[in-house]
Unconditional design. Structure first.
Length: 524
C-alpha cells in the first residue's frame, strides 16, 4: 500500500492536528508537522518551502518502512500504516494500546526521548530491539518559535543485513577477526598437557597419576605439594584437561611472581572508576577470567597473610569483591593450588592461616621428587631429549648407557627442570648427537650437583685424581663398581627398599641383587 495513502487514510491532516494539539491540550503540539497545501496561496518562497517539506515527508513515508511521531513529553501520538506491522513483535495487538504510551516504554532502546531532550537529530542509527534490527532516523520537530514540540522517527530499513550489505560485511569481517583472536586466546589458556605428558611408570609416578585422575573427576580444591620442578604445574594442566571443565579456561597466577601490592587486583579485579587513569574502565581479576574453568594458584605458600582472609572468603562463598566496589560478584572456577613449601610448617609459624590451609587441603597430592623415582629417569631423558631436539630443530640426542647411569645416580634437587638443563647443556658440549658420560659429568661438576647415593671413592682416587681431569680418569673397574652401587642405591630408593621391585628396575634377578649387595657390604 502506498505510504502516502496510508498516512492520509490513517491520519488526515485534521485528525493528526487534533491529535497533536487536542489530545495534549496544555503543552500540545500547535500544528501538525505536515505543511498545509493550500492551492490558493501565491507561489512564493514560503509555499515552495512548504511543498518541499511535504514532498520530503511523503518521500520518507513512501520509501521508509514506518514512521512514528511523539510529542514533547515523549508519548507516541501517531504511527503510520507500515509501522503497524512491528506492533506484534513489540508486544502489542492493537494500535490503541501503543499510541498514547511513553515511547521509551513501548519501543525498547529508542532514542526518541533523547532527541526531544537535546533537540538534536540522530540522522542515522542502528536500532535493535524485540522487533529486529533497523536503520532509523530521528528528527526533532519545532514550532515557529523554535521550541521542540515533538519528534519524528523514521524506520529507513529493516533487515539492514541486506540493504547495507557492504557495511555489514565489513562489520562481519571485523567480528570474525575478533572471534578468531578470542579463540586464539582461549587456546593459549587451554591446557598444554594431559596426564599422558606426565612421564613415568615407577610406582611413585603411577600413584601420582592415579590421584590426579581421581582429582579430575571431582570439583573440590586440589593441593599439589612437591619440590620445584617435580611437575606440579604439568599436573594442574592435566587435571584441568581431564575434568568436566576442560572446555573452559585454565588461568594461572604465580603468587611468588606478583608483587604483594598488586595481588589483590590481580585476583579479584578492579571495579570501574576505582582508580583514575589507566584502570578507569575496570579490569577483570583472575577469578573472573577463570569463570567456567580452573584457576591455578601456583606458590600458594607465598600468599601474603593480609590477603588470605579475602581468598578464604572467595573460596568459601564462591563470591569475590572487586577492588573499589562494594558488590559481591559470583564466580565459578575450580581451584588447584600448588606449593613447594611446607604449608603445615607455615601454619605452625603463623605465616599461613590454618582455616585457609584446610580449605585448600581437600585433595592433597604429594608429587614425589625425582630421587624417589629414579626408575623414571631413562624415560624422562628420552622425552626431554625429544623435546630439546624439537626446539632446536635437530634430531633428539642419543644418550649412552654410561651417561644415563650417571644421570640416574644424581640427587636432582631441581628435579625434572634440573635434569632437563643438564641434558641440554651436555648436548651442547657434544660434537655428535650422542651424549657420552664425560660431558654429563662436566656439566654436573660445573653445576655443583651432588650424587644421590653418597658414592665412596677409593682412598687413592681422591682429590689428586679429580684435580687432573675429573673423576673419570680412574680405573674403569672402580668406576663401574661405583656406578653399580649408585644404581642399586637408586633402585632401592625408588622401590622404597623393596628388593624384588629394585631387582626388576635394574633388570637383574633377585639373586644377583643379593649377591651385589653383600659384595657392597663386604667392601665397606
Ligand atoms: N613427569 C613429567 N614428565 C615430563 N615432563 C615433566 C614431568 N614433570 C615435569 N616435567 C617438566 O619439567 C618442567 C618443570 O615442571 P613443572 O610442572 O613446571 O614443575 P613445578 O611446577 O613442580 O615446579 C616442565 O618443563 C615440565 O614439563
Ligand atoms: Mg612451578
Amino acid at each position: 500500500m502506498p505510504a502516502q495513502a496510508g498516512i492520509h487514510d490513517q491520519a488526515p491532516r485534521s485528525t493528526l492536528g487534533r491529535r497533536l494539539g487536542g489530545d495534549r491540550a496544555a503543552g500540545g503540539l500547535p500544528s501538525p508537522p505536515m505543511p498545509a497545501s493550500d492551492d490558493t496561496l501565491p507561489l512564493d518562497g514560503q509555499r515552495i518551502l512548504a511543498l518541499a517539506a511535504r514532498s520530503m515527508f511523503d518521500l520518507f513515508a513512501n520509501a521508509s518502512e514506518g514512521m512514528l511521531l511523539v510529542d514533547r513529553d515523549g508519548r507516541v501520538v501517531w504511527i503510520n500504516d507500515q509501522y503497524k506491522r512491528f506492533l506484534p513483535a513489540l508486544g502489542f495487538e492493537r494500535v490503541e494500546d501503543f499510541v498514547g504510551k511513553p515511547v521509551a516504554e513501548v519501543v525498547q532502546n529508542t532514542q526518541m526521548d533523547r532527541v526531544i531532550r537535546t533537540g538534536k537529530p540522530i540522522l542515522i542509527d542502528l536500532l535493535a530491539n524485540r522487533a529486529g534490527t533497523f536503520v532509523v532516523s530521528r528528527i526533532p520537530l519545532r514550532d515557529e518559535a523554535g521550541e521542540v514540540i515533538g519528534a519524528l522517527g523514521i524506520v529507513l530499513f529493516d533487515h539492514p543485513e541486506t540493504t547495507l550489505q557492504p557495511l555489514i560485511s565489513k562489520f562481519a569481517n571485523l567480528q570474525r577477526e575478533l572471534d578468531e583472536a578470542r579463540r586464539e586466546l582461549a587456546t593459549q589458556r587451554r591446557t598444554k598437557y594431559t596426564l599422558a605428558s606426565f612421564i613415568g611408570s615407577s610406582p611413585a609416578a603411577t600413584e601420582v597419576k592415579r590421584q590426579a585422575r581421581r582429582a579430575a573427576l571431582s570439583s573440590s580444591p586440589v593441593l599439589l605439594l612437591g619440590e620445584t620442578g617435580t611437575g606440579k604445574e604439568l599436573l594442574a594442566h592435566a587435571i584441568h584437561a581431564g575434568s568436566a571443565r576442560a572446555r573452559g579456561p585454565l588461568v594461572s597466577v604465580n603468587i611468588a611472581a606478583v608483587p604483594d601490592t598488586l595481588l589483590e587486583a590481580e585476583f579479584f579485579g578492579v571495579a570501574p572508576g576505582a582508580y583514575t587513569g589507566a584502570d578507569r574502565k575496570g579490569r577483570d581479576g583472575k577469578f573472573k577470567l577463570a569463570d567456567g574453568g580452573t584457576l591455578f594458584l601456583d606458590e600458594i605458600g607465598d600468599m601474603p597473610l593480609s590477603l588470605q582472609p579475602k581468598l578464604l572468603r572467595a573460596l568459601q562463598e564462591g563470591e569475590i569483591e572487586p577492588l573499589g566496589s562494594n558488590r559481591l560478584v559470583p564466580f565459578d572456577a575450580r581451584v588447584i593450588a600448588a606449593t613447594s613449601r611446607d604449608l603445615a610448617q607455615l601454619v605452625r609459624e603463623g605465616r599461613f592461616r590454618e582455616d585457609l590451609y584446610y580449605r585448600l587441603n581437600v585433595l592433597p597430592i604429594r608429587v614425589p621428587p625425582l630421587r624417589e623415582r629414579q626408575a623414571d629417569i631413562p624415560a624422562l631423558v628420552e622425552a626431554l631429549g625429544e623435546d630439546i631436539g624439537l626446539r632446536n630443530g635437530t634430531l633428539p640426542p642419543e644418550v649412552s648407557p654410561q651417561a644415563l647411569a650417571l644421570l640416574q645416580a644424581q640427587a636432582w634437587r631441581g628435579n625434572i627442570r634440573e635434569l632437563r638443563n643438564v641434558l641440554e647443556q651436555a648436548a651442547m658440549r657434544s660434537d655428535s648427537r650422542r651424549i657420552e658420560a664425560a660431558p654429563v659429568q662436566e656439566v654436573l661438576c660445573a653445576a655443583g650437583i651432588e650424587p644421590a647415593a653418597p658414592v665412596q671413592l677409593a682412598p687413592d682416587a681422591g682429590q689428586g685424581a679429580q684435580a687432573h681431569g675429573g673423576p673419570l680418569l680412574r680405573p674403569l673397574a672402580e668406576q663401574v663398581a661405583q656406578l653399580e652401587r649408585a644404581a642399586i642405591a637408586a633402585a632401592l630408593a625408588a622401590s622404597g627398599g623393596n628388593k624384588v621391585a629394585a631387582a626388576r628396575l635394574l633388570g637383574i634377578s633377585r639373586a644377583t641383587l643379593y649377591e651385589r649387595l653383600s659384595d657392597i657390604q663386604a667392601s665397606v
